[in-house]
Write a protein that binds this ligand. Structure first.
Ligand SMILES: NC(=O)C1=CN([C@@H]2O[C@H](COP(=O)(O)OP(=O)(O)OC[C@H]3O[C@@H](n4cnc5c(N)ncnc54)[C@H](O)[C@@H]3O)[C@@H](O)[C@H]2O)[C@@H](O)CC1
Ligand SMILES: Nc1ncnc2c1ncn2[C@@H]1O[C@H](COP(=O)(O)OP(=O)(O)OP(=O)(O)O)[C@@H](O)[C@H]1O
Ligand SMILES: [Mg+2]
Length: 314
């Protein structure tokens, strides 16, 4: 396990490691499944986003809707009670669970029983999920994410992550989920099915996707870059599209037969990067300075189709 200062040194090593521009489109094509009339609902992926609180409702929406736009069959959001009606109002296609509690609505003596209820609710679904996204718009409430050395004994999201890990469910960790893991590295340390998507970082065992002018993806051994043209607009929420997209591609990559030369998490990150960058470039061409995150979401389908045309088997 590495501490935060260790993680910072590793960021520097990560950045100076030689990286190779990867053939991202070939990887995308190799993991994207065909559409077959015989397939049933759920086989193309069931994704769950854990995030959304009073302040942030956009981030979990962007992430969850992007998973559907990439091609997942079902997309769930586990959020606080206050955020749920707002997120439901954005779209009827998302399945929204208003189960998380913030500390202002929980008495100290009720914490344990409420935590148990939250975990019971999530556990009902856990085995069915192909990938979780932890953190978009989660906020920093101490009953959601416990801080290091806090006197607080319980928090909801660490426990959800522990249960996901026990069930071998992959996790893409972004936004406030990154804040949580930098305070509790053991949540993901040594877990090969964790993907972290910070602006810069590295933690042993997990796959790191460092976002920027070029995206760098590493599992600690090799570094792959994706530098295809994206967009010069940096409006908020593009990282959320990425987390939802990567979740779907990781779940697809895990279905590959044989022994692929890269891990499912690395392949899923590469595929997510190339599709998002293409969608961002298309959205920017059309909207220029007024390009918004929702414009990129509208181009996810056409970008994926251009890079990896759909194959329909009857
Ligand atoms: N419309 C919306 O509702 C939006 C909400 N957003 C949410 O807003 C909240 C704050 O997002 P910000 O963009 O300010 O924060 P970031 O997504 O940049 O980072 C969140 C946290 O991750 C950690 N982190 C990131 N990079 C790190 C590194 N290299 N090393 C160590 N730790 C690192 C830090 O604790 C940081 O505060 C998040 O919940 C985010 O999901 C954003 O996603 C933008 C859109
Ligand atoms: N300077 C850049 N030029 C081109 N593309 C970029 C640049 N920076 C980031 N990107 C692309 O945008 C994607 C999202 O990265 P970004 O840095 O916007 O995330 P973020 O800051 O976490 O977003 P959010 O607002 O959702 O929190 C990256 O994967 C990358 O492909
Ligand atoms: Mg972000």
């Amino acid at each position: 396990m590495v501490g935060l200062s260790g993680a910072v040194i590793r960021i520097q090593q990560f950045l100076i490691s030689p990286s190779m521009e990867v053939d991202a489109v070939s990887i995308l094509k190799s993991i994207t499944p065909s559409l077959e009339a015989s397939k049933h609902k759920g086989q193309a992926g069931k994704i769950a986003v854990v995030g959304g609180c009073r302040e942030y409702t956009g981030a979990p929406y962007f992430s969850a809707i992007s998973a559907l736009k990439i091609g997942a069959d079902l997309s769930h959001v586990f959020c606080t009670k206050d955020a749920a009606p707002v997120i439901k109002g954005y779209s009827p296609v998302l399945i929204v669970h208003p189960i998380l509690e913030e500390s202002y609505s929980v008495r100290d003596e009720d914490e344990k029983s409420i935590l148990e209820k939250v975990i019971e609710e999530v556990d009902k679904w856990m085995e069915r999920f192909d990938c979780l996204v932890i953190g978009p718009g989660l906020g920093r409430d101490p009953f959601l994410l416990v801080e290091k050395n806090s006197i607080r004994k319980f928090d909801c999201v660490s426990n959800i992550m522990k249960h996901a890990r026990q069930s071998n469910v992959p996790m893409v960790i972004d936004g406030d989920g990154l804040f949580l893991v930098t305070n509790s590295l053991d949540l993901i340390s040594g877990y090969p099915l964790a993907v972290l998507t910070p602006n810069v970082n590295e933690i042993e065992g997990a796959t790191i996707f460092r976002k920027g002018v070029s995206d760098f993806i590493s599992n600690g051994e090799t570094v792959h870059s994706v530098s295809s043209f994206g967009s010069p607009r940096r409006c908020g929420g593009q990282g959320d599209i990425l987390s939802g997209s990567v979740a779907v591609f990781v779940s697809w990559a895990r279905q590959l037969a044989g022994e692929p030369s890269m891990s499912a998490t690395v392949m899923g990150c590469i595929a997510g990067s190339v599709v998002l960058r293409k969608a961002a470039s298309q959205a920017f061409e059309r909207n220029r300075r007024s390009m918004l995150t929702i414009d990129i979401i509208q181009h996810l389908g056409t970008s994926l189709e251009e890079l990896c045309p759909v194959l329909v088997s009857r």
